[in-house]
Design a binder for this molecule. Structure first.
Ligand code: S3P
Length: 448
């Protein structure tokens, strides 16, 4: 098995170049595929998850080529131009890839079978297939709502008014994508607002998406079927969820000062930054601007003594992917950090509550766990930077964010931490290890 270890360092420094945004990269490829005309995409994330989506779109008949090292050209096939693929669409580890593509296929008169790796094959899909079937899309799953799933779409699906049981950009996006060719208005209401990259990028392509609070105070996104997407070039911001590992690494290690240019700061993605600032983290934003409808900034971070806080439950959707790395910051803080309303973490690439709790306890940190919450009792002291004992080995459980989180914890460990199953990091951040080491980390290959 592929393994890495990470050891204590004297701080990270310099200008760190972070990989492109994963959520926006998936959407950029998918939306330009059904646009009229060709779209140039700059700064696309070149990771395994994104190549899974790219290959699926090619199998659906879309021509996608590299124009130069950093630019991809997608020749859109129009609103009804996708073809039935002659093979299964294997989305690997990618929940966003498979769920959004189901929505895209839902609005086409074609049939496609979706598969995935061991982790994706355990993740719940009825949250997507149930509303799509209400739109007249035919679904065949394995009887338990899991992959493999065969979808037969319709060129003119039924419009749907959907009340989502929880905030999820994947549910919202899949329904809106099927709604693009529906005969009428499709809307999704969610109890709090999940990331809105779909709404923003559809607007970028000229589709009007209405966003409002409904009478229950829910966030509601709606669009009228029948609009056409018009090709328009895109620049992808750098991923705040990938930057998160560098931010926490700089905060918890002594003598650190880093700058990360062009990071996406969409308010639905910045919950972790707000939380870390409330914990006492030195994090500053400069050069604020907008690219392609998304806010970006350069972010500076320096070493900080952190204190534990209660993370507001309603903040969860804006930092849903960041809890694993937040637990590392919480472990090094003084006092306790409580995180509530995070039951969704049990349905990510791994059960993130279970695996982070297990690893932190191995590191000597006290953690309380319930079905939907975690409380981490930090080992930090108010006057300086502490070190945990370390000296343990843990599996990523096919989860890139768990792998990167424990490698980050190794940077403040007396004895090295070994992480098994690290090739999963390539799903979202190829070059993570090289970039960390270039700026002062000590992460090395480890024998099995
Ligand atoms: C994503 C949405 C989130 C997030 C995932 C990416 C997206 O999932 O966890 O990593 O790009 O739409 P949910 O929408 O299920 O919360």
């Amino acid at each position: 098995m592929d393994s890495l270890s990470s050891e204590a360092i004297f701080g990270i420094k310099g200008t760190c170049i972070i990989a492109g945004d994963k959520s926006i990269s998936h959407r950029a490829l998918m939306f330009s595929s059904i646009a009229e005309g060709s779209t140039l995409i700059s700064g696309l994330l070149k990771s395994k998850d994104i190549f899974s989506t790219l290959n699926a779109l090619r199998a659906l008949g879309v021509n996608i080529v590299t124009q130069d090292e950093d630019v991809f050209r997608v020749d859109g096939v129009g609103m009804h131009g996708l073809k039935t693929p002659d093979k299964f669409l294997d989305l690997g580890n990618s929940g966003t890839g498979v769920r959004l593509l189901m929505g895209l296929v839902g609005s086409q008169q074609i049939t496609a079978t979706f598969t995935g790796d061991e982790s994706l094959s355990k993740r719940p899909m009825r949250r997507i297939t149930k509303p799509l079937s209400e739109m007249g899309v035919q679904i065949k799953d394995n009887g338990k709502g899991l992959l493999p799933i065969t979808i037969t779409g319709r060129s003119s699906p039924l419009p749907l008014e959907y009340n989502s049981p929880f905030a999820s950009a994947q549910i919202k996006s899949a329904i809106l994508l099927t709604g693009l060719n529906a005969r009428g208005l499709t809307s999704v209401s969610e109890p709090s607002k999940s990331r809105d990259h779909t709404e923003r990028l559809l607007s970028h392509f000229g589709v009007f998406v209405d966003a409002e609070r409904d009478i229950n105070g829910f966030y509601k996104a709606s669009l009228m079927g029948g609009a056409k997407l018009k090709a328009k070039n895109i620049t992808v911001p750098r991923d705040p969820s990938s930057a998160a590992f560098f931010i926490v690494a700089a905060l918890i290690t002594k003598n650190s000062f880093i700058t990360m240019p062009n990071i996406g700061i969409n308010p639905q993605r910045t919950g972790l930054l707000t939380t870390l600032q409330e914990m006492g983290g030195n994090i500053e934003f400069t050069n604020l601007r907008k690219i392609g409808g998304e806010e970006v900034a350069d972010i500076q971070v320096s070493s900080s003594s952190l204190i534990g806080i209660d993370v507001p439950a309603e903040r969860a959707p804006s930092m849903i992917d960041e809890y694993p790395i937040l637990t590392i910051a919480a472990a090094m803080a003084s006092g306790s950090t409580s995180m509530n309303n995070i039951g969704e973490l049990r349905h990510k690439e791994a059960d993130r509550i279970a695996v982070m709790t297990k690893g932190l306890r191995m590191a000597g940190v006290t953690v309380d766990e319930t079905d939907t919450s975690m409380c981490v009792h930090g080992i930090g002291d108010k006057d300086g930077f502490s070190r945990i004992k370390g000296g343990f080995r843990i599996s990523s459980e096919h989860d890139h964010r768990i792998a990167m989180s424990f490698l980050t914890l190794g940077l403040v460990s007396e004895k090295k931490i070994i992480v098994d199953g690290v090739s999963t990091i390539d799903t979202s951040f190829p070059g993570f290890v090289e970039t960390m080491n270039k700026h002062g980390a000590c992460i090395n290959k480890e024998k099995n």
